[in-house]
Design a protein around this ligand. Structure first.
Ligand SMILES: [Zn+2]
Length: 82
């Protein structure tokens, strides 16, 4: 089991229970396929964790890249589709 820490609530969870966001050459990609490599950050499938991560600019800090405002909508789409 691969465990990762959520950047919103800071709890450790199984990788499959978290949304992955990877810095793909400067562009944050939500749940990328296995051929995308880069710095990654993880969030629970939970709106409060997404809100917390955006409020504190955690995604930008972890990925070391600027995060477009559309990313939050993409993450909320992942919640709806999960
Ligand atoms: Zn969380």
């Amino acid at each position: 089991m691969t465990e990762r820490r959520c950047a919103g609530c800071w709890q450790i969870k199984d990788r499959k229970d978290l949304i992955k966001i990877t810095n793909a050459a400067g562009t944050p990609v939500v749940n990328p396929n296995s051929t995308t490599f880069g710095r990654s950050v993880y969030l629970c499938y939970n709106k409060s964790c997404i809100d917390a991560a955006f409020k504190k600019n955690k995604i930008e800090k972890f990925l070391k890249t600027s995060v477009p405002s559309e990313l939050k909508g993409q993450l909320l789409d992942e919640l709806r589709n999960s």
